[in-house]
Design a protein around this ligand. Structure first.
Ligand code: FE2
Length: 125
């Protein structure tokens, strides 16, 4: 992985982590629902761009676990899509633990998939 690709992926990870923290701080204290919805939408878009970037790098480097990694990205987006639907339906309540739940969803992926990918990319350069 080039230094630029590496720093881009790490920078995006840090940005995503920060946004999830902000979302949790807002939602856990029962903050304004529209703002919660906006924060989740922005986070989803950023995550999509980040995952697309990861998939591009994995494809370029011939990473053999790309299919399962991509499946797990899709699992995250299926779940986030469902969460956005709930947010947009004013008849449904948003769980105050939504930030924590998203944090769990993403950190599970980082531990199982991203760390393995980063180790591979550091080896192949
Ligand atoms: Fe990933």
């Amino acid at each position: 992985m080039t230094a630029l690709e590496d720093s881009k992926i790490r920078e995006q990870h840090a940005q995503i982590e920060g946004m999830i923290k902000d979302l949790d701080a807002h939602a856990s204290k029962g903050g304004d629902r529209d703002k919660t919805t906006r924060m989740i939408s922005i986070l989803s878009r950023l995550l999509r761009a980040h995952c697309d970037n990861e998939e591009k790098v994995m494809m370029m480097k011939g990473y053999k676990y790309l299919p399962s990694h991509r499946d797990d990205h899709n699992r995250i987006f299926d779940t986030l899509g469902f969460i956005v639907q709930v947010c947009n339906d004013k008849n449904l309540d948003i769980d105050s633990k939504i930030g924590k739940n998203i944090e769990h969803l993403v950190s599970e992926h980082v531990e199982k998939y991203d760390n393995q990918m980063i180790t591979f990319l550091e080896k192949v350069g």
